[in-house]
Design a binder for this molecule. Sequence first.
Ligand SMILES: *Cc1c(COP(=O)(O)O)cnc(C)c1O
Length: 421
Amino acid sequence: MTAQEVRAAGAYGQEPDPDVLAHNYHPLPVTIESAEGAWVTDTAGRRYLDLLAGYSALNFGHRHPQLVDAAVRQLGRVTLTSRAFDHDLLLPFAQRLSALVGPLTAGGADGTMVLPMNTGAEAVETAIKVARKWGYDVKGVEPGAATIVVGSGNFHGRTTTIVSFSDDDDARRGFDPYTPGFRTVPYGDAAALRDAIDDTTVAVLLEPVQGESGVVVPADDYWPAVRAITAEHDILLIADEIQSGLGRTGTTLASELWGVRPDLVTLGKALGGGVLPVSAVVGRRDVLGVLTPGTHGSTFGGNPLACAVALAVIDLLATDAPQAAARELGKVLHARLAALVDAGLLVRTRGVGLWAGLDLDPARGTGRDLCEALLARGVLAKDTHGSTIRLAPPLTISRADLDHGLDALTAALEELAPPAA
Ligand SMILES: *Cc1c(COP(=O)(O)O)cnc(C)c1O
């Protein structure tokens, strides 16, 4: 029975009850049944070009043959051991990820450690725990006093601790009491960051480019200034590269854009190749080394299936082909978006690599309106806040498909109500 027939019949002979699903999302009205590359197909057989790519979890497109092949082969071997036992892909995974990302961190080629987890939020939680423990055990911060400086407009996940330092009212309100120990400073303002630092500060946690906030790229001097300040005060710089990392910006890490090597990076999303959740904290061995058996863990972290897929992801990234595609196609994307600004169809755009945030004149409509107009034209994208939408096509998209998506964007923008004269 196809999913379509199940829906028609009612699952298990019952009338479908849409209210059985919690209301924590407001998806566009499309029900996807299958996908390949940059394209998805819905239950009615309509095809859509995917310009969201799972918020960058699908950097290599849907069902990339090498990634599916790695998963299928591993399904025939062993899928889960728990960390109570070792398995034959765990060390290779750590070694290969360390070889790819370690030299881009302050850990360097020989001093890098890898800690595997599953979701992005878990990787961020891990980095927070490690930074606090490092602060007490190594830096000598007074017990219970550790603080971490974060940026306004941040998005680092959905756990109670992480939403404690969000400034998005929807993400935060009603989920108190909040975890203490975080200080928020305006993102992009290095002087404010310096002022927020004191003897209790153990880490600065920032996205090199803020994805959820609408693809906010800081000024070129910001990230180097943050690195200089944190180094001067012996404070850990934690780069949340969960969305910005692994090819999206045309580099393996976004931090590379400014020649900055963070002490720790969090990776997620694309690390699982769009097949399953895989995340990790990668960075200085003398920092991650504060963890000892029993102090942290995860039942599924570093499981054999996850390692098999992530190893195949690392193979793809080691060729530099995804990064090169993001650089080349990114030029096309940003040139065409700039033309839409010139034509008065967009207020402004931001971005780097194959990644863009688009601000629509609110008088023309909301981001949601634009996404619905795109959906009607067979293109999937997602609004972030208000009149902003984000484009993050798979890095494997063809030039022709990218042009097709941008043609649809142009037409959708022309169709939305023009601003009142
Ligand atoms: C998506 C995201 C997270 C959270 O990842 P999940 O896998 O959804 O928990 C954290 N940080 C950033 C920058 C993200 O984009």
